[in-house]
Design a binder for this molecule. Structure first.
Ligand SMILES: [Zn+2]
Length: 449
């Protein structure tokens, strides 16, 4: 395929913005870049896709999400409003995840992936929980990922909150899926696996040991860390150390492991994360919504930790997360110089691309360059001020709207064209979800009786 008349944002290092370009794609990969005129001469019989001077850039990557949370939208939580994050877990997320069947997991994933495709998000790192439908839940998600045509890294969250049997089943589900992926069921590089752990506060010493012993060589963990300070005090009580120290002792950290949030870690914990080359993901919308505070992202980045940007189950429109990140750190520090847009881009673009390369080691994601996968989005943005590689992050924060995404492509296949989703039937999925959700909500409500 030949994409013509594109204004390219390559997100290479350094970034380049190139006008009136063409991209030649073969076997799902970008093979050649050049002027439209030149590439039209070289590839006369190729299928053509006219970008009509839109910006074409790499698809967005989401470093941490929860497909299972989609059916919480509009859900009424009985009783008094949750007063803190532990109560939010007890009153919302834990009763909700227990209400999911395998079918609900499948549709919850599909509605998230529809949203992702519509907003140009092409790779997502998911963290799943459905305690009453554990076995094969990752296959349900994988089949939705297959249908949608995007890429995803999956895991099941092991936890002790559903008893020993629940923890064991979680371990088994991770291992089963990791095994499947390592034996080639990776949808030609569109699926990857990590080993999921909920959070230190719901994991006993024994379960952490069991997980460490079970995990195959080269597979990393994906775990929430110090989202609320209760996680730290729980860890001190259980193990005599803070959360990151505890995970270090259990050999959970390392260059293949992802820790999520790290809001309440101290200076030594930041050092340990740096020393172990552990990935950290930041989700400012979630942090604000749960009122847990904000992590020391700038300090972590300065110390050399690769902090990435996720959405924690919020909309898969990643520029919304950029904007929240840009604003939240200014407000919380009462200093408009904090969190420049270029630093948001460092996380959302470069660090997320590096994380994707760790999770999908055989392919190149996150930039438009020969040899990279043709994972792209088409953006109808008409800047009325000069746009350069240097000021692009500020254009994204102040000018880009997710509704400007008109097309999405993964591995050279169009998933959305002219705002029409091609890989999934939006009406049908919405109809099925609407039919299914009352049952999920009924189960949710029953858990309060
Ligand atoms: Zn999360």
């Amino acid at each position: 395929m030949l994409i013509t008349n594109a204004n390219l944002i390559t997100w290479e290092t350094p970034n380049r913005i190139l006008e009136n370009q063409a991209i030649y794609i073969e076997g799902g990969q970008i093979k050649e870049l050049g002027s439209t005129e030149e590439l039209l001469l070289h590839h006369t019989s190729e299928d053509r896709l006219d970008a009509h001077s839109q910006y074409v850039m790499p698809g967005a990557i989401c470093a941490h999400t929860h497909f299972y949370g989609a059916f919480s939208r509009g859900l009424n939580i009985p009783g008094l409003p949750a007063k803190d994050f532990p109560e939010i877990l007890e009153k919302l997320w834990w009763p909700l995840d227990k209400s999911l069947s395998l079918e609900a997991v499948h549709y919850s994933t599909l509605v998230c992936l529809l949203d992702a495709i519509k907003h140009g998000t092409t790779t997502l790192v998911d963290h799943h929980a459905s305690p009453n439908a554990i076995q094969y839940s990752l296959d349900e998600i994988a089949s939705a990922v297959d249908a949608a045509g995007v890429r995803a890294s999956l895991c099941y969250e092991v936890t002790d909150r559903n008893g020993e049997a629940g923890a064991r089943e979680g371990i088994t589900e991770n291992l089963r899926f990791i095994n499947l992926i390592s034996h080639g069921s990776d949808l030609a590089g569109r699926l990857s696996a990590t080993f999921g752990l909920h959070a230190s506060l719901t994991l006993s010493e024994k379960t952490l040991n069991d997980c460490r012993e079970a995990v195959p060589e080269g597979i990393g963990f994906h775990i929430h860390v110090a989202e609320h300070f209760v996680d730290e005090y729980d860890s001190i009580q259980k193990s005599g150390t803070r959360v990151v120290d505890r995970l270090l002792l259990h050999k959970i950290l390392g260059p293949n492991s992802i820790i999520v949030h790290a809001v309440h870690v101290d200076a030594r914990e930041i050092e340990i994360l740096k020393e172990t080359h552990t990935w950290v993901t930041h989700q400012p919308r979630s942090n604000m919504n749960n009122a847990v505070g904000l992590p020391q992202v700038e300090a972590m980045l300065r110390s050399g930790i690769k902090v990435c940007l996720g959405n924690d189950g919020f909309s898969n429109a990643m520029w919304e997360e950029w904007k929240a990140c840009y604003l939240a750190h200014k407000l919380v520090n009462q200093d408009p110089r904090r969190m420049p847009a270029s630093l948001v881009a460092q996380m959302a673009i470069y660090n997320n691309a590096d994380l994707a390369r760790m999770l999908f080691p055989n392919i190149r994601l996150g930039s438009i360059t020969p040899g990279a996968e043709a994972d792209l989005m088409f953006v109808d943005y008409q800047p009325f001020t000069p746009l350069s590689a240097e000021n692009l992050p500020w254009h994204i924060v102040f000018g880009f709207q997710d509704s400007m995404v008109t097309g999405t492509m993964v591995a050279g296949k169009l998933l959305m064209k002219d705002r029409q989703v091609l890989s999934l039937d939006e009406d049908k999925i919405t109809y099925q979800a609407r039919k299914l959700v009352p049952e999920v909500w009924e189960k949710f409500n029953k858990s309060f009786n």
